[in-house]
Each structure stands twice: as C-alpha cells, then as structure tokens.
Design a protein around this ligand. Structure first.
Ligand SMILES: Cc1cc(N2CCCCCC2)n2ncc(-c3ccc(F)cc3)c2n1
Length: 261
C-alpha cells in the first residue's frame, strides 16, 4: 500500500526512480538555462513548523545551498545567483542577523575546497561596505581564492537590493558622462547592463522562488525582464536536487518568445 501511494505521489518506486546520471543525461539533451537565480525563502517558516528557532532553519538551509550549487555545476549552468541576504533583512532580530553574517565564513571553511575543485568562481552582488568586517573578509577571501576559475559563476546576493543596484549604476553612468568618459547619446540598455553587479553575465533565463510567495521582492528587477518564473510551495530547507531538476525540466517545456509572436 505505502509503495503504491508513494508511486502515485511521485510517479516512482525505489526501483523505478531514474538514476541521477540518467536524469542529468536526459536534461542535457534539452536547453540548459545559462543563468538561474534563486530566492531562497522559507527557512523561518520551516523552523517554526517544527517548533525550532529560526536559526535552525538557516542552518538546514545552508545544506540546500550546497546541494543546489553542486546540481547547477553538474548540469553545466553558467551562472547561479542565490538571494542570500537583502537590504531589508537588517531589520531582523539582532541575534539572527549576527548568525547570518557568520554564514559566509562558515561556508568558506566547509566548502571552499570543493568549490575550487569544481572550478567555481564566487562573486558577491551587493554593498560590501555595510557588512561586518569579519563578513567582508570572508567575502573577499572567497572571491580572491576563486577569481581565476572558469566554471560556474556563483553569485551570492548579500546585502543586495535591486533598486539600490540600479541607482548606483545610474550614478556611475552620470559621473562618466559628466567627466566626458562617455557621451550621453551612447547610453543604452547595454550601458546599464555594464554598470550592474552582474556585468558580463547573461540575464537569468529562469528564476526560482521557494516557500509559496509569488513576488520578486526587489531582486534583479532589471535582469529578470525576460526570465521564466518558477514557484514552489516547498520551503528552502526542503528544496533539493530533484526539485531543482524539475524546475529545469519545466523550463525546457516552455517556449520563450522575448515579446515576439
Ligand atoms: C547571510 C547568508 C544567508 C544565506 N541564506 C540562504 C541559505 C539559508 C540560510 C539563511 C539565508 N546564505 N546562503 C548562502 C550564503 C553565503 C553567502 C556568502 C558566501 F560567501 C557563502 C555563502 C548565505 N549567506
């Protein structure tokens, strides 16, 4: 009975579930998104549902970060952007913010070697100057230690807000026009692209948001103009490789017209 229910729910039993390499092989036959962005939501709700402190949700969520980075690398995705800490998150309780600000150095200790072995380049998107010194040091080390790598670009959006990113880009464009570095008639959409944190990277083809919210929350507003949106009720700590592959499979089923008919 349980097996039947499981088969009905997931479509598979243990012995009919496709092997990981078979799924990778099947996915690689279709278009692989060059850039996937993820709003990793639901850590607090996950913890609350289990009567645990919010920090327990964040700790569990870091395991999912590791799993999804590896899945993206295994698929050959060019860029993966993880919305880790928004400019609004500073309003959270002090102890929670202090815990979150230690995650980069934790991740550095546990995952730098694996990321280097996988040829992953780590890049921070956001205002570094507002971070605590110890977090800034961890981010600088991560970026310095992986800057020559040519595999997956792992963008960690930390202290990031899209409107703030766009305002900073506009200020830098105005400064370059005023100093004669650029003529205002040259300013076009590609100019703005070059002044954003994601300069040189393709726009996200797919954005994933976990935990049921259906909104973008000031994330990559410029870059997401033509992105496919994929939402799941599953909270980030429960998100996994299988669901990530499901999102990629759904992306492959969608035809993208970029506004054309
Ligand atoms: C503050 C924060 C929060 C954060 N969360 C997402 C994962 C769930 C836990 C809470 C929120 N994640 N996820 C990855 C990072 C990260 C940042 C920099 C870095 F170099 C390596 C990893 C991260 N940092």
């Amino acid at each position: 009975m349980i097996q039947t229910l499981k088969q009905w729910l997931t479509g598979y039993t243990e012995d009919t579930k496709p092997k990981d390499e078979d799924r990778l092989h099947a996915l690689k036959k279709g278009p692989i998104p060059r850039h996937v962005a993820v709003i990793m939501d639901g850590n607090g709700r996950w913890a609350k549902k289990r009567g645990l402190p919010r920090i327990a949700g964040h700790r569990e969520g870091m395991k999912t970060v590791r799993e999804i980075v590896r899945a993206a690398d295994d698929l050959g995705i060019q860029s993966l952007t993880l919305y880790s800490f928004s400019t609004e998150n500073w309003k959270r309780p002090k102890d929670e913010v202090e815990y979150l600000m230690k995650l980069p150095e934790e991740f550095l200790k546990t995952d730098l070697d694996d990321l280097k072995r996988r040829n992953v380049r780590v890049k921070m998107l956001g205002r570094e100057e507002d971070l605590p010194p110890h977090t800034q040091r961890a981010m600088r080390t991560f970026q310095e230690e992986t800057k020559e790598n040519t595999g997956l670009t792992l963008n960690l959006a930390l202290n990031y807000g899209s409107r703030a990113e766009i305002v900073l880009a506009l200020k830098r464009i105005i400064e370059d026009v005023e100093t004669g570095k650029m003529d205002k008639d040259e300013v076009d959409e590609q100019t703005v692209d070059r002044y954003l944190y994601t300069a040189g990277q393709p726009d996200p083809d797919l954005i994933i948001r976990t935990s049921g919210e259906i909104r973008i929350s000031n994330f990559m507003l410029w870059q997401l103009a033509y992105s496919e949106l994929w939402f799941t009720e599953v909270a980030w700590p429960d998100f996994n490789r299988e669901l990530f592959f499901q999102a990629i499979m759904d992306y492959q089923q969608r035809s993208r017209r970029y506004g054309a008919v």
